[in-house]
Design a protein around this ligand. Structure first.
Ligand SMILES: [Zn+2]
Length: 415
């Protein structure tokens, strides 16, 4: 067994690398140090699919699609990427990667992968400077050919230091941010505190998912064991029973409703949900992305690219935000808050403004650098609509239909 110190050392190394790639997501250090796969998967997903657009293009071209997959399929494809693109063999099996534990090995493998992608990114950038639009690392870098597997930090520090490329956007972002910033980490601060978990990974993580009854795995295991062996005592203590501590807080609840709704989407690549809440914390509208009412979603295209734009989904599909607003069950949605999985595009920003919403809470901002999102931020800021990123305290919420049969019997009786 490794000592905590070892894991801490690896974690620091990982932390530094995440700064290098400007990982915008929530970092679950606790999960990482315990080897919780759900703490690693979002990092892996961001590294391979979002950090380097040219690399992502290369993966797509090689038929190595990493989005919209279950954890298992995602991990299998990642291993294929490591083998085929990098000729790299991780020191743990796919199965081990998806189990708890092996934290030090996992952290070390993730560090290797980040280094490999950084190297690949510089190579690709050098080769095809003119043909790619590079969002994440558009600054001039010092001699990428010096890139070494073991010392990426000094090489990329130049990039970190000159992250002001983000400032035009992040300033408008800041203007609309809510108070209550607590990040000590300046590198996160610099990107306007846009803390993002890539939506695919989040979805992968909660594909088994969703709300209402939640579980903290470790805690529940302990509690279940205790309940089983100590039933009589718990009845004796009935009078002292306290309320649940791990109930869903409102924002988590609403965001989870948005994610649950997204599971209704038939879009094979992108499932987005939105949930509108009034000032009394009552849900007044829910929506997910899909084809308009009465339009046969078997006849309309779902692809993202085609020679003819009419053969893609874009001209037809209704975004979750539009559907949530149109599905409202109240007279209007004035002064309501919208919880939405992805930062709204400019078209949805227009709807949000015209509908009189006062706030947008989003989870992922993975298209931050696109013109649509830039326009959206511009509009929302001008219209004085607040937008802030939701930072989940937990990476998954499980709905277990069986739970009603084995837990909380006494609570049911008293409800
Ligand atoms: Zn939209």
């Amino acid at each position: 067994m490794l000592s905590t110190g070892d894991v801490q050392g690896y974690l620091r190394k990982l932390e530094a690398l995440l700064r290098v790639i400007k990982y915008p997501g929530y970092i679950d250090y606790n999960g990482l140090s315990k080897g919780d796969p759900s703490a690693f998967l979002p990092i892996l997903s961001f590294t391979l699919t979002s950090f380097s657009p040219p690399f992502a293009e290369q993966l797509m071209a090689a038929g190595l699609e990493l989005t919209g997959k279950t954890d298992l399929r995602f991990t299998e494809t990642v291993y294929k990427v490591l083998r085929d693109i990098f000729q790299y063999k991780p020191m743990l099996t796919k199965q081990q990667f998806l189990q708890w534990g092996f934290s030090q090995r996992k952290i070390s493998v993730i560090c290797d992968i980040i280094n490999l992608v950084l190297q690949k990114h510089s190579q690709l950038k050098k080769v095809s400077k003119k043909s790619f639009v590079i969002h994440h690392m558009e600054n001039p870098m010092t001699s990428p050919t010096n890139s070494s597997h073991t010392e990426p930090f000094s090489l990329y520090n130049g990039t970190c230091a000159s992250r002001e490329v983000y400032s035009p956007d992040s300033s408008s972002n800041d203007a609309a941010e809510l108070p209550g910033k607590e990040d000590k980490d300046n590198s996160l601060h610099d990107v306007g505190e846009v803390v993002t978990i890539s939506r695919e990974s989040w979805e992968n993580l909660i594909s088994r998912v969703l709300l209402l009854e939640t579980k903290f795995e470790q805690r529940n295991t302990q509690e279940d064991c205790k309940r089983a062996t100590d039933g009589i005592q718990s009845v004796a203590n009935f009078g002292k029973t306290k309320k649940r501590e791990d109930y869903l807080e409102w924002p988590e609840y609403f965001m989870a409703v948005a994610f649950l709704s997204a599971q209704r989407s038939k879009d094979p690549n992108s499932q987005v949900g939105a949930c509108i809440v009034n000032q009394e914390n009552k849900i007044v509208g829910i929506g997910y992305n899909g084809m308009p009412n009465g339009c046969n979603d078997d006849l309309l295209p779902w692809s993202r690219s085609a020679d003819d734009q009419l053969d893609t989904k874009y001209p037809y599909v209704c975004h979750a935000e539009l559907n949530a607003i149109m599905n409202k069950n109240s007279a209007d949605v004035k002064d309501c808050t919208m919880y939405v999985a992805l930062f709204p595009c400019n078209e949805c920003a227009k709807l949000i403004i015209q509908a009189g919403l006062k706030e947008v809470v989003y989870l992922s901002d993975k298209y931050h650098d696109t013109p649509e999102m830039t326009a959206s931020r511009r509009l929302l800021s001008m219209a004085k609509i607040k937008y802030r990123q939701f930072k989940p305290k937990r990476t998954e919420i499980v709905i277990d239909f069986n739970s009603i049969n084995y837990s909380g019997m006494l609570n049911c009786a008293t409800k």
